[in-house]
Design a protein around this ligand. Sequence first.
Ligand SMILES: [Zn+2]
Length: 263
Amino acid sequence: MVYTGVLTKMQTEFLEPIQYYLVFKNDFIHVNQLLNKPIDIKLIGHQCLSCGLDRPIYRQGFCKTCFFNQPLAGDWIMRPELSTAHLGIEDRDLEFEKQVQLQPHIVYLANSSNVKVGVTRKGQVPTRWIDQGAHEAIEIVEVPNRYLAGITEVALKEHVADKTNWRTMLKNDIKDEDLLEWRQKLKQYIPEEAQPYFIENNTETHIDFPVEHYPLKPKSLNLSKTPHYSGKLVGIKGQYLIFEDNTVFNVRANEGLVVELSM
Ligand SMILES: [Zn+2]
């Protein structure tokens, strides 16, 4: 079988284990079914997720022009504390920003290689945690807009990490943490405006990934340098495909690349 399409992050289904899907314009590939099979990936072009042109991808699946113009790539995406729609202040497109920012957001703790704090829209739980390869996670606060989530994250970053180590996550070099205890410990550092939204009474979510073999020394596949790769798929974790020879491929980081997959 040969499938051709533009890479976008894998869709997921929260089952035990997680089910992964690659969605191309004309095909829907259930990636779990490819486990233990050889796959061939070939880079054949680029397609910006916004303008659709065959231009080099700059960031987040966008060409450079779109990255600096699209409302979806505003600074407040990566830095939620810069959100201003709650004040009626526009960054690139106020209507769009209101839609995205003025909805319930979650500040959470997730453990993929270490405990870290993060922000996501409520509707993205647990998708966001799955995408990060977290084996456990818990909500801290549920706030009515992105700004409040952002300032909470900034305050908590002083006391807990906000980054993960992808190599550790993929090697599964992890330990279980008591996230309830972490949440309780961090409660005092939540900014006053967000204190009323603290979540007292829910439990950790545990996530089980379809991995047969964890790589001992993961090395990342860069299709721009190695436009043609073949390997046997032995696992999927976060947004990574894991191959038998320790090669790993971050699907999300390669959004906008047009590939040919054969199996
Ligand atoms: Zn573009």
